[in-house]
Structure formats: C-alpha cells, structure tokens
Design a protein around this ligand. Structure first.
Ligand SMILES: Cc1cc2nc3c(=O)[nH]c(=O)nc-3n(C[C@H](O)[C@H](O)[C@H](O)COP(=O)(O)OP(=O)(O)OC[C@H]3O[C@@H](n4cnc5c(N)ncnc54)[C@H](O)[C@@H]3O)c2cc1C
Length: 600
C-alpha cells in the first residue's frame, strides 16, 4: 500500500526562513496570501491529493485507458476525481479572479504541483496543459476568444493540449507539414496529423481546446514560418447569434473536424492518453501574429518545462517516502560495527552504510530541488512585477534556469526512483509496493517538452550567451554576494568554500564552452549535457548553502540540525561529481566524433 504525506513542513521552512516569499509577493498585488491563508490552501489541496488522487494512481496504472471508435475512456474514478477538483475550484486557483480563479501566486502553485505529481502524475499533466492554453489565450487571443475560452479553461471545465509533434517532426519542428489555409471570414482551416498528443482525447471535459502549430501557404521555411492556432474539439454555440467574429452560421455548435485515431501503449503514465490526432479541414483561429507561432508556443513550453522539472521532484519524493517506510521495517544482516539488536535474528537495514547512501542521496537531492523550485516560483511571480528592474531580472533568470530545472530535476528524478527501488530489493521491483510505477512514470519527463539533451544545448548554446551574457550575470551577482557575505563565518566554511570553488569552475567552463564552441560547435554540443549537470549541481549547492546559513543559527532544533546534516551529505557525497564533470567537458568532442561510425 503506497503512503504519502505532503511535505508541508519543508515548504514552510523554505517560504518563511530561507526565502522572503511573503515580502517578495507583497510587491505584486498578492497581500492577501499570508502564511495562515497559504497553509490552509496547501492543506486543503494536500487532502484532495492524498484522499482523492492517490487511491486512483494504481488503478490508473493497472486499468489503463480504453480506446473505442475514436473515443478515449479514462480509468475508473478519474472523471469523478476531476469533476471534484473542478467544482472545488482547485484547478483555477492560479488564474485571474475574473476567470473564476483566486490569483494564487506561482510560488505556491509550484509547491501544490509537487503534491499532485506525487499522488497521480498521469492526471496532474491535464491541468498543467489547460493552464498553458489559458495563458496563451488570455495573453495573445482576441477579446472574443478570451471571453469564450478563458473561464472554462481556467476552471478545468474544458481541457487543453499542445499539438506540435508530427510523425516525421519531433525535435525538428521546422519541418512540420500541418497546413492552415486562411478563409474569407478570418478563420483558418487546419489539416495535418499530430502524434503523441497528451490528453488529445478523453472524457474528463465537455470540450478540448487544442493549440496547434501549422504553416500557412507560402510561409517562410523552417520555424520562422510557423503560426499558432486555437482549434477546439467543439465549435462555440455563441457564434450562432453572430456573437463571435469569423465563423459562419452553419458551423456553429458542430463538432470540429478533429479525430483521434489511436492511443499509444507506453512504459508508464498508463492513465494519460497519448493520442494520434487528425485535423481535417478543422476550423481554427490564429493566436498572435502570423509566422510568430514558435515564440508563443515556447511561452507555453517553457512553463511546461518547469512543471516537468517538478515531476522529477514529485516522483522522487513519493518514491523516497515509500522506500524509507519499507526500509524501517526490513531486517537483513548485521551492523558491520557490531550487532545492534541481539534480540532479533537480524538488524534493520538502516544500519548498512550502502542503504543509508541510497536513501540520503534521494532525500538530499529532493530537498535541494524543492528549494530551487521555490526560488523559481518566486521568479515566475516577479516576472509580473510592476518594477521593471525586478521584472527584467526575473525574466533573465527564468530563461537561464528553465533548461536546468527541466533537465537536472528529471535526471535526478529518474535516478532517485531507481535508487529507491534498489533500497527495497526484490520488493522494489514488484508492483505490489508501488515504487516500480513511480520509476516507470517518471521516465517520460526526460523525453517530453524537448529531450534533456536539447535542454542542455539550449543552456550551453543559447541561454548563457543570450543578451550578451546578461542571464548569467543576473545569477552571478547574488551568488558572488552570498559567497562574500559568508566568507568570514567559520560555521559556513564547509559549505561556502566548495560553493566558491564550484562557481569559479563554472565561470572557467563557461568561458571554455563559449570560446571553443565558437570555432567548433561539436565541442560545445559534446560537453552540453555534462555542463548542464555541472550547472545543476552549482544551483543545488547554492540552495544547500542558503539553507545551511539559516540552520547554523538554530542549534536547538532537531529539524534544522537534520538540515545541516543533509547539507553535509550534499557537499561531501554528491557535489564532488562536479570534478569528474569538468574533466569530461574539457575532454571535448574528439573521442566521440572521430570514432568510426561503421564500428558503432
Ligand atoms: C508520452 C508522450 C507524451 C507526449 N506529449 C506530447 C504533447 O502533448 N504534444 C506534443 O507536441 N508532443 C508530445 N510528445 C512528443 C515529445 O515532445 C517528443 O517525443 C520529444 O520532443 C522528442 O521528439 P522525438 O520523439 O521525435 O525524438 P527525435 O527528435 O527523433 O530525437 C531522437 C534523439 O535524437 C536527439 N536529437 C534530435 N535532434 C537533435 C539535435 N538537433 N541535437 C542533438 N540531439 C538531437 C534527441 O535528443 C533524442 O535523443 C510526447 C511524447 C511522449 C512519448
């Protein structure tokens, strides 16, 4: 039986002690969200996740989806659980009050995402997509589209999708073939096949609003010729009375020309419909400007990339909680330093250093990612600050941190779920104990929303040099300031010194990547994944040093002393991998690119 306790205390520590979360959001018109109110919201959501979503997680995995005559039926209980969330207003929480939401700041929403992912990753993706579509419609749609779609998308009455991938075009979206033909009434007719579309078809909601990338005739080659269209499963009723521009009377309230011709059978997330979607002369509306679809799609994708990063954490956390609970009961062998429990036939496995290594690596990586997730949530809120300087800094940092969060959190999530299975021995491999499902479910997070290899290239090839290196400077300033502030505090030396060395190493590696990469792009590309991991380690080191700074002042508290112990595990046992990563990056591309292809 899988167990889960939402990590409330962890978030309170981060919100109240490590970051000035409430101060930070008070400048962005969010004064009503004080600590008491936020605790109430988080606990209400935590209850919904543990009592409604968690019991369905294993059912969804075992039962899977039913596909019949173009329709997808969700596993038992999913529709009721979804409706309960919609009626309670949970899915709208982050949306604007005028669309039925409560304007919840991102920093809290990020935390709440973690609980939903832990308890039911397959279903948690649905609101994330709906919110992405909501943001695009409210940010770039015409007033009529906003009026018609925003409130229903916000509440979850209607769901959303992102339709990018085609059979021959995955990473390389510049070669998509889906066409959009302009009509005299201002609409477009969209025709093409999209594959791997998450939640493309299902019975959770009355309507599904697809965001489809396509090319108009004579559009420029490559990604510069891509436009973005809103293509709904059902066309709006309101248009019968001529309420919305651009749709002729006879189309109103009809089913649009969209069909689902199949769903994929996958390693994990069995309750998430991954659909082949056919658009056949479907009515669609342009979102934003013609040929400006990719930057808009990236707005949604970047938000989804951060949400995907949280998947690594969410599944890493529930895997940790369950493997720890199992380990506490399991007795095998004896403590090498002397029998601990002579009355029993064997000692508890927590006496073995290797078991502790596995559990503490999982715990410490989860907690480091959670801290960075909170900082990223604050930055997402600051992107809407009225203070232009705050806004500029937040945008630069989000640009830089998005590929790191996506790739590093999901790499760690995959490692953590695997390690937690290992803690449990044979039981970890058996479905009865649940952890093998988390391992299968988390694996997709390294692939979708742009593979982790592509995230690494985005970081090394674009984000560090973008805006003449300004993204990186916005990170280096607070980092260097933090190191300076803590230089003369003796209790901080064990954290501050390695952080300082790592940051110096990051600066040198960045220079190397940029200088060598200019002359030889293979050099940069060969080192990108290791560079991204190195960077991820630096970010977690910064988070652990920040947490340690708070905890050294609380010698009386068990919670804070345990955090210090965690910081030591991070710096002594995890962070040293940066040395090996630096050596790999420096070795360049030669050994990869000169290897005879025929012998591979
Ligand atoms: C379960 C699931 C759900 C999905 N949901 C959606 C969805 O909702 N909407 C949607 O549009 N798509 C969705 N996808 C598609 C997903 O985003 C793609 O699978 C992913 O972006 C990778 O594309 P691909 O599978 O075509 O791999 P490919 O592009 O063929 O890549 C194969 C390998 O080559 C590498 N590679 C490719 N190009 C380069 C390059 N230029 N430089 C270096 N390495 C490169 C990749 O990193 C990868 O390792 C989903 C996929 C799955 C499996």
């Amino acid at each position: 039986m899988v167990e889960y306790t939402p990590p409330y205390a962890e978030y309170e520590f981060l919100f109240n002690e490590v970051f000035d979360v409430y101060d930070s959001i008070s400048g962005i018109d969010h004064e009503e969200f004080d600590a008491d109110f936020v605790r109430m919201i988080m606990e209400g959501w935590g209850e919904y996740c543990t009592e409604v979503l968690l019991p369905l997680n294993e059912i969804g995995d075992r039962e899977g989806l039913t596909f019949k005559a173009g329709e997808v039926t969700m596993p038992t209980g999913f529709v009721d659980a979804w409706k309960e969330g919609v009626e309670a207003g949970w899915y709208a929480a982050i949306c604007k009050p005028e669309h039925g939401g409560m304007g919840l700041p991102h920093v809290f929403r990020n935390a709440m995402d973690e609980f939903a992912i832990s308890t039911n990753m397959a279903l948690s993706v649905v609101p994330a997509l709906g919110l992405g579509v909501y943001d695009l419609v409210t940010g770039h749609g015409t007033n009529e589209l906003i009026d018609h779609y925003s409130a229903n998308l916000a509440t979850g009455l209607w769901c959303g999708t992102m339709c990018l991938t085609e059979p021959h075009a995955g990473t390389d979206l510049g070669i998509i073939r889906t066409k959009a033909i302009p009509q005299d009434d201002g609409t477009y007719r969209v025709t093409g096949t999209k594959i791997f579309i998450t939640a493309g078809e299902h019975d959770l909601s009355d309507n599904i609003v697809h965001m489809v990338i396509a090319k108009t005739p004579d559009a420029p080659e490559g990604t510069r010729g891509i436009s973005l269209f809103l293509v709904p499963k059902f066309l709006p009723k309101e248009w019968e009375s001529g309420g919305l521009e651009g749709l002729s009377q006879e189309l109103a309230d009809a089913r649009n020309g969209i069909s689902c011709s199949g769903i994929e059978h996958k390693m994990g997330i069995h309750a998430s419909p991954t659909c082949v979607m056919n658009f056949d002369d479907s009515v669609g509306w342009l979102i934003g400007e013609l040929n400006n679809g990719m930057p808009l799609m990236f707005e949604m994708m970047n938000r989804e990339r951060l949400a995907t990063g949280m998947m690594g954490l969410g599944l890493g956390e529930i895997a940790y909680q369950n493997s720890l609970a199992w380990a506490r009961d399991r007795r095998q062998g004896r403590d090498l330093a002397g029998v601990r429990d002579p009355a029993a036939a064997a000692d508890n496995i927590l006496v073995h250093p290797d078991v502790r290594r596995m559990l503490l690596t999982a715990k410490v990586n989860n907690e480091g990612c959670r801290a960075l997730g909170v900082w990223v949530g604050m930055l997402l809120d600051q992107m809407h600050s009225e203070d232009e300087k705050v806004q500029e800094r937040a945008k630069a940092l989000i640009a830089l941190l998005t590929p790191i969060v996506k790739a590093h959190f999901t790499d760690l999530g995959c490692e953590t779920t695997s390690t937690c299975m290992q803690v449990m021995g044979g039981a970890g491999y058996c479905s009865e104990f649940g952890v093998e499902q988390f391992y299968r479910d988390v694996r997709i997070s390294k692939i979708w929303e742009g593979t982790n290899g592509i995230q690494a290239l985005d970081l090394a090839g674009r984000k560090i040099t973008q805006n003449l290196g300004r993204n990186l400077r916005f990170l280096m300033w607070p980092l260097v300031e933090f190191i300076e502030e803590n230089r003369d505090i003796p209790e901080m030396a064990e954290f501050n010194k390695p952080l300082h060395q790592g940051v110096r190493g990051l600066q040198q590696l960045t220079l190397l990547m940029v200088s060598q990469g200019m002359g030889n792009p293979h050099f940069l590309a060969a080192g990108a994944t290791d560079y991204c991991r190195y960077f991820g380690n630096i970010m977690l080191a910064y988070m652990w040093a920040k947490m340690a700074r708070v905890c050294i002042q609380r010698p009386d508290s068990e919670f804070h002393q345990a955090k210090l112990a965690s910081a030591r595990v991070f710096f002594k046992r995890i962070y040293p991998e940066t040395v090996a990563l630096a050596a790999t990056i420096q070795s360049g591309h030669k050994h990869l690119m000169e290897y005879p292809e025929a012998m591979m």
